[in-house]
Design a binder for this molecule. Structure first.
Ligand SMILES: NC(=O)c1ccc[n+]([C@@H]2O[C@H](COP(=O)([O-])OP(=O)(O)OC[C@H]3O[C@@H](n4cnc5c(N)ncnc54)[C@H](OP(=O)(O)O)[C@@H]3O)[C@@H](O)[C@H]2O)c1
Length: 331
């Protein structure tokens, strides 16, 4: 399968899929009729002019699988035992570029929809790192490590999720906007994690405070007023870090059912360590720093058996590697 991720041609169909899933339609057909790809409810698929179709559903046996003419190229997403997406080809396979797009984005779309239906939160972590696993130079100067295709991918992911979240040090140090600018699409809620309330106490006007503002998750006993543009979400915690499960519970209660967690290291690590990451996307840039901040900061482990293990697939973004990793028990 072609693993170059060139998703622009499929982006309108992915946004349609997001809307259908939000509306409770869970059995989808991505359809190509010669005028580009669309996404439709599988049950309503009309055969006319269909050249290729990819069925996508979050059930093992779709109830509304329509008949598809023999001339139509047809593939169906199927989950592998390790939780990664694969495809069954009922006849000539659908276009490899589309299957690559769906291999990357379908787990996000369907994971978010399932979490919404169950009242939970689907969490996708993202990190852009060097070959030696660094996410920032030692001096912490804000710099983009990835390429333009990775940035575009990050903006797509923001548009597909209910919220984007970063830690306080990233909000203060990088001063990001966390908006959807490189592609058309809905703006997610912007959330900063700040257990001790450092973001609430800053005297700077962060970009996150502008436009539709942001939400700051903090400990309930932190005494700090909210700057203009900031809404506080208090979570009860005796001290130290906030338990990620409690953060997700508070966010689900506010209608957030999918989160794109964009770092930094301590934030991503706290979610990984608490087994609250559903998917981890790692963009690898072909550079070595040899120093600087590592992608994860976790307690020491003594054996490989106790390391965090993943099932993994790859795609490429303009030559750089994008790994999609699903946590699993043991290697
Ligand atoms: N390459 C990339 O993909 C990428 C992405 C993002 C960031 N970065 C880089 O990463 C660096 C920042 O990373 P970092 O690890 O130092 O900090 P960080 O993860 O951005 O922020 C850490 C802070 O977030 C809050 N926090 C995180 N988890 C928490 C939890 N479970 N409970 C309560 N509060 C929590 C705390 O804020 P309080 O102190 O307020 O309690 C903590 O001090 C920057 O240099 C940035 O440029 C790189």
């Amino acid at each position: 399968m072609d693993c170059a991720l060139t998703a622009d041609f499929a982006w309108p169909a992915l946004l349609q899929a997001r809307s259908l899933l939000h509306a409770g339609v869970h059995e989808l057909a991505f359809v190509e009729r010669g005028r580009g790809w669309t996404c439709e409810a599988a049950a309503a698929l009309a055969n006319g002019e269909v050249q290729q179709v990819v069925f996508l559903d979050d059930a093992t046996n779709a109830r509304h699988r329509p008949h598809v003419a023999a001339s139509v190229r047809c593939s169906t997403l199927q989950w592998r035992d390790d939780g990664m997406p694969g495809f069954r080809h009922d006849r000539q396979a659908a276009d490899g570029a589309m299957l690559t797009v769906l291999g990357v984005y379908a787990p996000v779309l369907l994971g978010a929809a399932t979490a919404r239906a169950r009242g939970g939160v689907f969490v996708v972590g993202h990190v852009t790192q060097t070959l030696d696993g660094r996410i920032a130079c030692a001096n912490r100067t804000p710099q983009w490590i990835g390429n333009a295709a990775d940035r575009r991918h990050a903006h797509r992911m923001r548009a597909l999720c209910d919220a984007v979240m970063v830690g306080a040090s990233t909000a203060l140090g990088d001063n990001p906007r966390l908006t959807v600018r490189d592609v058309p699409g809905p703006e997610p809620k912007r959330i900063v994690l700040s257990g001790n309330g450092s973001v609430l106490r800053t005297d700077r006007t962060l970009r996150l405070f502008a436009d539709h503002g942001c939400e700051v998750v903090t400990r309930a006993n932190v005494a700090a007023a909210s700057p203009s543009g900031v809404r506080r979400i208090d979570v009860e915690a005796p001290g130290g870090g906030l338990p990620p499960a409690a953060i997700l519970f508070a966010l689900a209660a506010r209608g957030v059912h999918s989160i794109y967690l964009e770092g930094g290291a301590r934030t991503l690590s706290s979610f990984l360590d608490a087994d609250t990451l559903d998917l981890l996307q790692v963009h690898i840039a072909p550079v070595v720093l040899g120093s600087g901040l590592t992608s994860f900061v976790l307690p020491e482990v003594a054996t490989m058996q106790t390391a965090h293990a993943f099932a993994m697939q790859h795609a490429t973004l303009d030559g750089d590697v994008l790994l999609s990793c699903r946590p699993r028990q043991g290697r």
